[in-house]
Design a protein around this ligand. Sequence first.
Ligand code: PLP
Length: 390
Amino acid sequence: MARRSFDECGINTRLAHNGNDPRDFYGFVNPPVVHASTVLFPDAATMAARAQKYTYGTRGTPTSEALALAIDDLEGSAGTIVVPSGLAAVTIPLLAFLSAGDHLLVVDSVYSPTRNFCNGMLKRLGVSVDYYDPHAGAGIGSLMKPETKVVFTESPGSNTFEMQDIGAIASVAHEQGAVVMMDNTWATPLFFRPLDHGVDISIHAATKYPAGHSDVLLGTVSANAASWERLHDTFIAMGCCAGPDDVYQVLRGLRTMGVRLDRHQATALQLARWLETKDGVARVLHPGLESHPGHHLWKRDFCGASGIFSIVLDGGGEKQANAFLDALRIFGLGYSWGGYESLAVNVFLGDRVIARGPYEGALIRLQIGLEDVRDLETDLQRGLDAARGS
Ligand SMILES: Cc1ncc(COP(=O)(O)O)c(C=O)c1O
C-alpha cells in the first residue's frame, strides 16, 4: 500500500502525521523507540552486501528515520541527520565542508559557542575564520576569498536579533562556489525555510521549540541534494548519532510545535509591544516590531516570529541588570529557550568584533513561555521597578 501523503495539507496536519506511517508498526500511532547497536542479517550474502534497510545502530533506526523524515518534510530537504545537541548540529556540517587551508565567513552575531568552535578547533585544524557584519547583505562579496568554502549565517542573530538578507548572501556565496549554512533555530522551518532562500544546509537546535519542554538536547541538520552525501558521510564517520529516547521525545514535541509556536509568538509580540512603551526600557530588539531596523527583511522573508527577544535597559549596567533579574518570580534565570517556561538572562557581547551596539544600557534576553501574559507582564514590571530603584 502506498505511503500516506500529507504534502497538500496545512502545517499542523503535517506536523501531526509526517515521519512514520502507523501501518509500518502494527498500527500503533507512534513509532517504536528502537534501542539498537546490532541488527541481524538473514544470511551471509545479505550481510556482505549490506543489502537491507537498517544495518547498524549508528546508521539509523526506525526511530531516527521517523524524525529525519518529518524534518525533511518541514525543511524541503534531501536528507536530515539527527545529532546529540544543537551545538553538534553546528560543528558536524562545518567539519564536513572545511579542510586545512580553507577560509570560513561567519556572521558576527552568531551563537557564541559556534564562534568558540570556529576560533578554537577550526583554526587549530588550519581553517582561517573571519566574521562579517550581519547587515552585510550582498556586500559580503568583498570579504570572499578564492579559498572561502563556507558562509555560516544565523538570522536573526543570537541575543541581539539582527536580520540578514539571506537570499542576497546565498547568491553571492554561490557565485564564488561556497556552501551556505544557516542556524535557523529562532524561526524553525515553520516561519522560515532556509533551503527555499538558497541556503544549502539548515541547522536546528531541536532542544528548543521541537523538544519544547527543557528536558532534552538534540540537533538536526538538513541538506539540499547537492550537499547531502558529504554531510551524511561525515555524520557516519563521526559516529555522532543521537540516543533513541531523545529522538523520540523530539518527534513527540514536533506534533504540538505549531500550536505552541502560535502561543509563543502571540505572547512575545504582545509583551514586546508593551515593553516598548515602558519607562526604563530604551529599546526592544524583536524583528517583528515595526521599530526594528531589520523589520522589512523579516516581513519580506519570514512568516512568523518565535518567542525570544531582548530588551535594552535605559542606562545603567550590570547592577541594574542584576536588580531586574533578581526581582523576577515567574521568569527563571537560565540558559536555553523554546521550552514552556519563561526565562531571562543578562547578555554579554564580549567576544564580538562588529555587532556590539552601542546599547543604551544592559541587554536582557527574554524567552517567553506559555504562561498567562498578564502574569508575565506583572513579573517584568517587577523587574523594571527594581532596575530603576537600584
Ligand atoms: C542559536 C542557537 N544555536 C544552537 C544552540 C545549541 O543548542 P544546544 O543547547 O542543543 O547545544 C543554541 C543554544 O542555545 C542556540 O541558541
